[in-house]
Design a protein around this ligand. Structure first.
Ligand SMILES: Cc1cc2nc3c(=O)[nH]c(=O)nc-3n(C[C@H](O)[C@H](O)[C@H](O)COP(=O)(O)OP(=O)(O)OC[C@H]3O[C@@H](n4cnc5c(N)ncnc54)[C@H](O)[C@@H]3O)c2cc1C
Ligand SMILES: NC(=O)c1ccc[n+]([C@@H]2O[C@H](COP(=O)([O-])OP(=O)(O)OC[C@H]3O[C@@H](n4cnc5c(N)ncnc54)[C@H](O)[C@@H]3O)[C@@H](O)[C@H]2O)c1
Length: 492
């Protein structure tokens, strides 16, 4: 009756995984995207180019080797944007090739063009050059159209001196000075890269602090490092206007300050790409940020139409988007599937990088959940000395009640990889005792888990000991001996 069992709109991480999951379940599946956007924002303008650029910056500047070889150490003196772009283009092409091959070997048809709804089972697909339009029908439809940078209408983006986070990848020179508007994840990642390249970076953020979902101590450490790379932070400041002059920009802040810079980059949030979808024809609507509301199965108000990935909003990560796509397809085909776990890691590829899983100290304190903190510093690990990372740290938060891990926060080299050890222990309901008893490879950064776990146990034991000692009576009071039965068993 329909052309396809499943039609996916958008080939980013969520769309790809929905399509492949549908095909593995035996469905006839197609995926629609513009020819130049196969792989989505993730591959073409977002995750992959920014992470490759970061790797190129770290390598060519030699930044990570300077503790070992001195502050003047560099692999290349005059780094051009071309040097950085070459590596980025290479990785993008390779990744697109992998995606095309995965779709084709799973018999997912790739239909080029932009989709818009004609009704709740039918879409029209317009070729990129507008030359042709075809109708396609499907029993189930997954909307995975992602987001684009939010651009204030008052700012004149020229793609050269005033740019958004997509356009920054196409600039032709490394700016001597850069204003970054918005200290979200995108803003801080690009601020780190340009600061490492030697640009004088000013970050303007209207809130009081940045990355407020992360551990406060870790964010403080990051700010210290970025300031050391000559980054200036302007918190509680809002951009009022940006003027373009020949090869220069002047950013006016609402407080009256003026910032002169070669380039201004806007990273002040993103907008769902739903304006061209003609959602009303399918009986759907988006909110004012272009987002679509879904239930826990990623179904929209129209049961056979699903929405996944950044277009549904938080957490808007490639990793969670992939899972949402897979879960939606399984639900659509009636295949049993668990709901998405809450226990996913966050990775911020600033320089140095940050990663965490679970709760922060602030969240636990607000919920009155008692916990103990264990810290390991890379400078006390042999691997830290070998790689020249003296600033890295790993912090674990452990429940005083049942000794389970409640959160893991990592700052420094390999943070985004290391966090998964804590995630696995937490996912399996493990306690701090597992980390104390486990033997880790030496010399590694993973050893930091054992060091932090021992730190927790030492603190817990000290508290138990003092609790077991009679409290000296105040004048006129009797001595009290706290009940020792409340003290928890320690294994080491
Ligand atoms: C600079 C930057 C860095 C990032 N870094 C990270 C990171 O390090 N780690 C991480 O986990 N996440 C990161 N993200 C977020 C990550 O890229 C997104 O979460 C992810 O790409 C969202 O995937 P998606 O499936 O929603 O689709 P997207 O990747 O957003 O792609 C959507 C696709 O839909 C297509 N489309 C839109 N409208 C239509 C239509 N009408 N018809 C057909 N196709 C359409 C678009 O062309 C596009 O290809 C980053 C994002 C940015 C911008
Ligand atoms: N490593 C990663 O996982 C990664 C990396 C990059 C992006 N992302 C995803 O991309 C999404 C978008 O990131 P983002 O950083 O663009 O958006 P964001 O919404 O996270 O941050 C935007 C920031 O800009 C500030 N702001 C807005 N207007 C301003 C103005 N006029 N003047 C000063 N400050 C202003 C806001 O207060 C906010 O802090 C995130 O939600 C994130 O999930 C993830």
């Amino acid at each position: 009756m329909y052309d396809f069992d499943l039609l996916v709109l958008g080939s980013g991480p969520s769309g790809q995984k929905a399509a492949i999951a549908g095909a593995k379940l035996g469905g006839r599946v197609a995926i629609v995207d513009r020819r130049h956007m196969v792989g989505g924002v993730c591959i073409n303008t977002g995750t992959i180019p920014s992470k490759t650029l970061r790797e190129a910056v770290l390598y060519l500047t030699g930044l990570n080797q300077r503790e070992l070889y001195g502050q003047s150490y560099r692999v290349k003196d005059d780094i051009t944007f071309g040097d950085l772009a070459a590596r980025t283009q290479h990785v993008i092409s390779r990744e697109i090739d992998v995606i095309r091959s995965q779709l084709s070997r799973n018999r997912v048809a790739l239909l080029p063009g932009s989709a818009r709804f004609l009704d709740d089972h039918t879409v029209a697909i317009r070729q990129d050059d507008g030359s042709d339009e075809r109708k396609v029908s499907a029993e189930r439809i997954v909307i995975a159209v992602g987001t684009k940078p939010a651009r204030p209408s008052t700012v004149d983006f020229d793609g050269r001196t005033v740019v958004d986070a997509d356009q920054i990848l196409r600039i032709d020179r490394i700016p001597r000075s850069l204003v970054v508007v918005g200290a979200g994840v995108i803003g801080i990642e690009y601020a780190s890269m340009f600061a490492a390249l030697g640009s004088k970076v000013t970050v303007v953020e209207s809130r009081e602090r940045m990355l407020d979902f992360c551990d406060l101590e870790v964010v403080e450490a990051l700010k210290y490092h970025l300031r050391d790379l000559a980054v200036t932070f302007r918190f509680r400041e809002t951009v009022a206007a940006v003027e373009r002059h020949e090869d220069m920009t002047l950013t006016h802040l609402e407080s009256g300050k003026k910032l002169l810079a070669d380039t201004v980059m806007y990273s002040a949030g993103r907008q769902g790409v739903t304006d061209e979808l003609n959602l009303e024809a399918a009986g759907l609507a988006a909110d004012k940020r272009g987002r679509i509301t879904v239930n826990e199965n990623f179904q929209t108000e129209v049961g056979h139409i699903y929405a996944v990935g950044d277009v549904i909003g938080f957490p808007a990560l490639a990793a969670t988007s992939m899972e949402q796509g897979r879960v939606a397809a399984h639900h659509g085909f009636g295949e049993p599937v668990d709901h998405l776990s809450d226990l996913y890691p966050i990775g911020i590829y600033s320089i140095p990088e940050i990663s965490f899983v679970g709760k922060t100290e602030d969240e636990l304190t607000e919920s009155s959940i008692p916990f103990e903190v264990g810290v390991a510093r890379y400078r006390e690990l042999a691997r830290g000395a070998i790689i020249g990372d003296s600033y890295g740290m790993l912090k674990i938060l452990v429940s005083n009640d049942d000794r389970k891990l409640l959160g893991v926060h990592v700052f420094g080299t390999n943070a985004t990889e290391l966090v998964h050890i804590g995630q696995a222990v937490m996912g399996c309901g493990g306690t701090v005792d597992y980390l104390v008893d486990a033997v880790f490879n030496y010399p590694t950064l993973a050893e930091s888990y054992k060091v932090a776990a021992l730190d927790v146990l030492n603190k817990m034991r000290a508290v138990q000991r003092i609790s077991a000692v009679p409290v000296s009576p105040r004048i006129g009071e009797k001595a009290v001996r706290p009940a020792t039965s409340a003290a928890k068993k320690t294994t080491s």
